[in-house]
Write a protein that binds this ligand. Structure first.
Ligand code: FMN
Length: 435
């Protein structure tokens, strides 16, 4: 592995901030939740800071207890791509809920529209199946087995056009050379997809591939396919172990470990000063404490705890060990459950603390509170310890976006950790240094 590493920064624009109470802060522009101008300003500030990419995670399946409305990622990132010129635009899309042909077509189009800045965060999803019919969600490992076939089908479609297939010979009347466009008939256990794609080969050929999943099956899948991994790693030691193991799996898959960037989520309360950050975090905690406990607990049970009913437990005591399901029995967000299970086994968090963490930091992510310098120190420590190659950073509160773009990034640049210019013309080149 190379010692000549440079930090990768990806900014997740998740509405008003990841904290479920962020909308209630006095300076939150909650009325403008669906206003493109609001996010364009952040995207342009992120581009001026040379942040590698914008990112948007996504889920379907919202309930009535805590309805969660937000932009659909492809339309959102396409709009932001039109208002920027260098920064990457990464969408999250599920292999469980999209047809491979549509996915290949939309991502290739986004790669054309953004001139090579498109990325796809591949997820297999853990909820939302009822939005698409009556079929149950396939079990955890089967979702990954299907994803393997799915990605092969999509790659065959992306590659069904040669880069020089569009000839544009006006004299001879040849627009496309049919010999350079291939009929691809992909047939596997779960898919049957005829190509070619009806979009020319895109600037990156294969758009930049993220993967969000950290279970054993997820790591094996990502090691084969991904350029970058979005993961939840709140603890330094576990983050180092995960990083080392992941890079070994990449090498075992016959790939260069430097070509897969490990980017944990960093869901932070960041302000110019520590006092201000503590004040913001304190306000968010107060608001969370006043929120409906049953709604928050149920959200934790379904998004972090394998659907186990914890309603009879004392919130101010740790979860008893006999209430922990086996990891392999959790069919939803398995790696997230594994993480919380580790905390329960360590015995140092009450049920309430787990629920509030899950609610505030958007489930399981690393969530430091601090000044620009303190957050820069934390990133530097984990980067140098090889717990990460970079971060998917997301402020918990709206004001944090500009603190990140206008103050944290310059601080990281001053320390020589972060780029001061984009390296090239595509997202893959900018992150990996090659096409
Ligand atoms: C850090 C992280 C972020 C994720 N983000 C999403 C997401 O935005 N949308 C989604 O449908 N699934 C998301 N997933 C979930 C997984 O794709 C899916 O639930 C998978 O089946 C379980 O992942 P696992 O391999 O981590 O157990 C995410 C998983 C991780 C680890």
């Amino acid at each position: 592995m190379s010692d000549n590493r440079s930090l990768v920064l990806v900014l997740q624009i998740l509405g008003l901030g990841t904290n479920s109470q962020a909308w209630r802060l006095p300076d939150s522009p909650a009325e403008r939740l669906y206003d493109l101008d609001l996010y364009s300003e952040i995207a342009q500030a992120a581009e001026a800071a040379k942040i590698h990419s914008l990112f948007l995670s996504d889920g379907v399946g919202t309930g009535l207890e805590r309805p969660n409305g937000h932009f659909e990622p492809f339309t959102f990132q396409t709009a932001l791509a039109a208002r920027t010129s260098r920064i990457g635009v990464v969408v999250t899309a599920s292999t469980t809920f999209n047809a491979p042909f549509n996915l290949a077509r939309i991502t290739a189009s986004l790669d054309h529209l953004s001139k090579g800045r498109a990325g796809w965060n591949i997820v297999t999803s853990s909820a939302g199946e009822r939005n698409f019919g009556t079929d149950p969600l396939p079990p955890h490992d089967e979702r990954y087995a299907r994803a393997e076939e799915y990605v092969s089908a999509v790659k065959a479609l992306w590659e069904s056009w040669d880069a020089d297939a569009r000839v544009i010979d006006r004299e001879a009347g040849v627009f496309v050379d049919p010999g350079k466009v291939r009929r691809t008939n992909f047939v596997s256990e779960h898919y049957s997809v005829e190509g070619p794609l009806n979009v020319d080969r895109s600037p990156q050929g294969v758009p930049f591939l993220f993967q969000a999943g950290s279970s054993t099956a997820g790591v094996d899948f990502g090691a084969r396919h991904a350029d970058a991994i979005f993961t939840s790693q709140p603890d330094l030691d576990e983050g180092m172990r995960f990083y080392k193991n992941y890079k070994e799996r990449v090498a075992a898959a016959g790939r260069n470990p430097d070509d897969v960037k490990i980017l944990p989520g960093l869901y932070t309360v960041i302000e110019r000063t520590e006092a201000h950050a503590r004040e913001t975090a304190g306000r968010l905690a107060e608001l969370a404490a006043g929120a409906d406990w049953n709604v928050m607990r149920k959200n934790f049970e379904s998004t972090g705890f394998g659907g186990v009913d914890l309603s009879d437990l004392d919130p101010d005591r740790p979860i008893p060990l006999d209430r922990l399901p086996a990891v392999e029995d959790v069919q939803g967000r398995r790696s997230r459950y594994e993480l919380y299970r580790r905390w329960v086994l360590a015995g140092d968090r009450t049920l309430r603390q787990l629920v509030e963490h899950n609610n505030a930091a958007a489930s399981g992510h690393w969530d430091p509170v601090g000044s620009v310098e303190q957050i820069a120190d934390e990133i530097q420590e984990r980067f140098e310890a090889r717990a990460l190659d970079g971060v998917v950073i997301s402020p918990q509160h709206f004001g944090g976006y500009r603190v990140i773009t206008d103050h944290l990034v310059p601080e990281l640049q001053r320390r020589g950790l972060f780029q001061t210019e984009y390296a090239g013309d595509t997202l893959r080149y900018n992150v990996l240094g090659h096409h």
